[in-house]
Design a protein around this ligand. Structure first.
Ligand SMILES: [Zn+2]
Length: 335
């Protein structure tokens, strides 16, 4: 009997993660936190490879800080892909066909004496492989209290999860947190309607609760912005609505140098750039598609360096316009 129960549980979890593209543990954050702590080394990964990557955008020092990984059944991230075609595409990319792994590439920028974190990362809200940002901060000699500003593109758990400590406090105690106003209204208002997410009711409840719990410690003093506004000199937000009501993209700029952060316009370049399949968790798929095309066109036309939050680490490359759509061209590693 217990075997049957376990199997059923596994099936439900798989369905839930398939729908949202994320693993949300039914036991809550504490359970996942224990698993993460056990499997994380000082360098943030079992391999011992570093999880940070430094570069510059003009006068601005930039460092990709990995928060680790999330993932789920590939169909989640390519909701309108024919099953056989999706499998073949993944096979040709030498990727597993039963699970797509996504990175969590947060970006630290240092400008005018301020340390600004773009995206907080998932922490333990979406499975045991998240929450590595703190190890990676330590690896470059920084503590959470050194962060002055945190800006999130939208408030899904994998972007806000690290704002809360295990004890319920502010994980970045000195930081002013910026979040999109429309996301705040939608997710923090009374009971968000998540029926667009094709997941069991239980999963939706956990998803909404993870957002509320992550944002609650920073609610006092939070800065709610509308995409299109400048956060600080050198950091502008661009409207990229559709995935959520308020999702923004970020443009980091200094002199003639720019970097575009595309947040969740695409989850994985193989399925959402090289192939134009639609991410399942997009709340308004038409609006999200229009945002994707507008911003990808701009990136291609202006030859902008791009950072994809969920792309293979460190997530930097360029968007190439092709006859049929776009192609992702990863940048060479800089030593
Ligand atoms: Zn995301």
């Amino acid at each position: 009997m217990s075997g049957i129960t376990l199997n059923r549980r596994k099936i439900i979890l798989t369905a839930a993660s398939a729908a949202a593209g994320l693993i949300l543990p039914p036991g809550g954050m504490a359970l996942a936190h224990a698993a993460s702590t056990a499997s994380t080394t000082a360098q943030g990964g079992a391999s011992g490879n570093v999880g940070y990557y430094r570069f510059r955008v003009g006068d601005i020092a930039a460092t990709v800080l990995s928060d680790g990984l999330i993932g789920g059944p590939p169909q989640i991230y390519a909701s309108n892909a024919p099953e056989a075609e999706l499998e073949e595409v993944l096979r040709q990319a030498f990727l597993p066909t039963d699970r797509l792994t996504l990175n969590l590439n947060t970006l630290l920028i240092e400008t005018n004496g301020r340390k600004i974190l773009l995206e907080a990362g998932a922490g333990q809200t979406m499975g045991p492989q998240g929450g590595r940002i703190f190890d990676n901060l330590a690896a470059i000699g920084l503590r959470p209290e050194d962060i002055d500003v945190v800006v999130v593109s939208h408030t899904h758990p994998d972007h806000v999860g690290n704002l809360r400590t295990a004890g319920g406090g502010r994980a970045f105690p000195r930081a002013t947190v910026f979040a999109p106003l429309a996301d705040w209204d939608f997710f923090m208002g009374s009971d968000p309607d998540l029926s667009y997410m094709p997941v069991p009711e239980d999963f939706r409840r956990h998803f909404a609760a993870a957002i509320r719990q992550s944002l609650e410690p920073v609610a006092s003093g939070i800065e709610l912005y509308e995409a299109g506004t400048e956060i600080v000199p050198g950091l502008t937000t661009l409207p990229a609505l559709g995935h959520t009501p308020g999702m923004a993209n970020f443009l980091v700029h200094s002199g003639n140098d720019q970097l575009l952060l595309t947040a969740d316009l695409a989850y994985h370049p193989i399925v959402n750039v090289d192939h134009a399949w639609l991410p399942g968790p997009d709340r308004d798929k038409e609006t999200a598609l229009a945002s994707r095309r507008r911003i990808f066109d701009m990136a291609a036309a202006d030859r902008l360096p791009v950072l994809g939050f969920h792309f293979p680490f460190p997530g930097i490359g360029h968007m190439l316009k092709t006859d049929s759509g776009y192609a992702w061209v990863p940048a060479n590693w800089q030593f």
